[in-house]
Design a protein around this ligand. Structure first.
Ligand code: NA7
Length: 551
């Protein structure tokens, strides 16, 4: 037999009722793109459905000024193709959205991924048909499609949450969520702009909007801790060095809890002197990216006193950067410590408030009463605006699933099963929803996102291959294995200070989507990426323990 014959793609398929496609992948962002590539390589009849007009997911949608990675670019890119790693030059240490979208388009072109992606094709409903067994999908154009297996790559922050404010629809000028920032240029020059929200997105956008707009008013409900991104260009020499070190870089990302190069300082917060702590913090504050968060002492995440001392250090930094001391205090969070919520990284965020054209409205003092046709009215009066920007966050993790009417075996709705929060096995499977694998679902490890996506895609592909190789056409996870995982995830929330945060990690804002207010949703696995990866590997090594095969 020739080598070609051995390596030629085999058309994998399962027994069962005929289907339009063996596998459908929903979503063509980072996860969906890699998944379709893996299936193409295997010669599987697979199709990727994308609701948007083009690929890129998060990086296709988030076009607001200042949108960029908080991950070092070279730790965020795909790791699975040596040639791709060798040929791509990341221009900036923290890639801006347009460059990232260019990168993803380059990947799609290089591997002909568009051949297997159907654009402007959302999924509105999917129902498991036991007789197939198969999934019956309803698409946005009303047509139906069937497949044996569904892999969801819906994105974890892909459903924007607009606030519910009286009169929103009456505003006559442009008004949009940052996620829906128009693709065509938005003229900010000479405009009076309102930004509602001060999360990671707003903190990236505000300094950029401030440079352009005639007037910018920021409506803040709760301030967020933020620290400098310290971005820079990557020279040819640095990029050559990064290329030489790629194996080492990815190995380091696999070793660390959050999938970055940054690793915690394990000397022990209380074992070193205050001077030594200050020396570390000064260095990290001037260093790049999440170092200030992830290269810090582990006690920051676990010990209230340690966290309070460090938070005070950051508060002082804010006081040094904001000229007006009263304003500085308004920008310093008082209800939670640094790093308890996901830390926004910024470039001149605090300096933006020193500009004459930027004003902060503290909504705890003067709440918004309504939006009028020409502006925003707070209890202090009405302010006129030309543009309103909602930087109000996302219906995280489960929102994209809730938007699809998903019916599993025995007629159960996923929406109902998840009414009190997500319930999964390893963040990858859901009991009662056979032949469905989530590639970027709730309860996967909280990491530098692609570093968790790639193992999830590989695991999903291995599960499919195992199913085919063992002559089955149906798998489901057993409820006991699922419950054990949910308990493990919940335990993680009880161990870290961030488990009580008011953030999308705890699903605190998902009441906007009809979920109970203030009830913690266990959206992510908090036990660290290495432990998560070891777990999914051991499940696989045990022939997919906790998964039942049939057919
Ligand atoms: P976040 O981090 O959820 O931030 C949303 C912000 O919007 C936050 O400041 C909220 O204040 C504010 N918000 C939400 N609703 C309202 C209303 N009704 N009125 C005033 N302010 C409101 O979302 P981001 O998009 O910034 O970041 C999400 C992630 O994307 C980020 O972590 C990165 O991983 C990428 P609150 O704090 O709830 O008082």
């Amino acid at each position: 037999m020739s080598i070609d014959a051995v390596t030629a793609p085999v058309n994998r398929s399962s027994e069962g009722a005929p289907v339009d496609h063996e596998v459908v992948v929903i979503g063509a962002g980072m996860a969906g793109m890699y998944q379709i590539k893996r299936l193409m390589d295997l010669g599987v009849d697979a199709l990727c459905l994308e609701r948007d007009a083009d690929l890129g997911g998060t990086w296709y949608k988030n076009r607001y000024p200042g949108a960029r990675f908080d991950s070092e670019s070279y730790t965020y890119g795909y790791s699975w193709d040596r040639e791709l790693l060798e040929e791509w030059h990341w221009v900036e240490r923290f890639s801006p959205q347009p460059e990232t979208l260019r990168y993803l388009n380059h990947v799609a072109d290089k591997f002909n991924l568009r051949d297997k992606i159907r654009f402007n094709c959302g999924v509105t409903a999917m129902t498991f048909d036991e007789d197939g067994p198969l999934w019956r999908l309803t698409l946005t154009d009303g047509s139906e499609m069937t497949c044996r297996f569904v892999l969801t790559a819906l994105g974890v922050l892909s459903i924007p949450t607009y606030p519910k404010i009286e009169g929103m629809e009456s505003f006559q000028g442009p008004a949009f969520h940052t996620f829906d920032w128009p693709a065509e240029p938005v003229e900010l020059k000479g405009k009076r702009v309102a930004v509602i929200g001060t999360g990671a997105t707003a903190i990236q956008a505000i300094p950029e909007i401030a440079k352009e707009a005639e007037q910018l008013v920021v409506f803040q409900r709760r301030p967020n801790w933020a620290a400098p991104l310290n971005n820079g260009l990557i020279s040819d020499e640095e990029m050559a060095d990064i290329r030489r070190r790629y194996d080492e870089i990815f190995a380091q990302c696999r070793r660390t809890a959050a999938g970055f190069e940054h690793d915690a300082d394990r000397r022990g917060f209380w074992n070193v002197s205050r001077e030594e702590r200050m020396e570390l913090w000064d260095r990290l504050y001037d260093g790049p990216g999440f170092g200030i968060w992830l290269q810090n002492f582990l006690e920051i995440f676990l010990d209230e006193a340690a966290n309070a001392e460090f938070s005070e250090y950051i508060a002082d930094r804010i006081r040094q950067r904001v000229k007006d001391p009263v304003l500085a205090e308004k920008l310093i969070p008082k209800d939670h410590g640094f790093g308890i919520q996901r830390v926004p990284l910024e470039t001149n965020y605090f300096e933006a408030y020193n500009r004459d054209n930027v004003t902060l409205v503290d909504l705890t003092e003067t709440p918004i009463e309504c939006i009028t046709p020409t502006g925003i009215r707070t209890t202090a009066g009405e302010m006129p605006f030309d543009i309103i920007v909602y930087a109000t966050g996302f219906d995280a993790f489960t929102g994209a699933f809730d938007r699809i009417d998903i019916t599993g075996a025995n007629g159960q709705k996923l929406r109902d099963k998840w009414a009190d929060g997500p319930v999964t096995y390893l963040g990858l499977l859901v009991s009662g929803f056979p032949n469905m694998i989530m590639l970027a679902g709730p309860q996967i490890a909280a990491t530098n996102f692609p570093r968790a996506i790639e193992p999830a895609v590989d695991w999903a592909t291995d599960l499919l291959e195992h199913t085919w190789a063992t002559g089955h056409n149906r798998f489901d996870t057993d409820a006991a294995a699922e419950q054990a995982w949910v308990d493990d995830v919940a335990r993680g929330y009880s161990l870290v200070l961030s488990g009580r945060a008011q953030s999308w990690i705890t699903g605190y804002n998902s009441n906007l989507s009809g979920h109970e207010y203030g009830k913690t949703r266990y959206n992510v696995y908090q036990g660290g990426a290495p432990r998560y990866m070891a777990k999914i590997q051991s499940v696989k090594d045990e022939g997919f323990s906790g998964v039942e095969f049939a057919g």
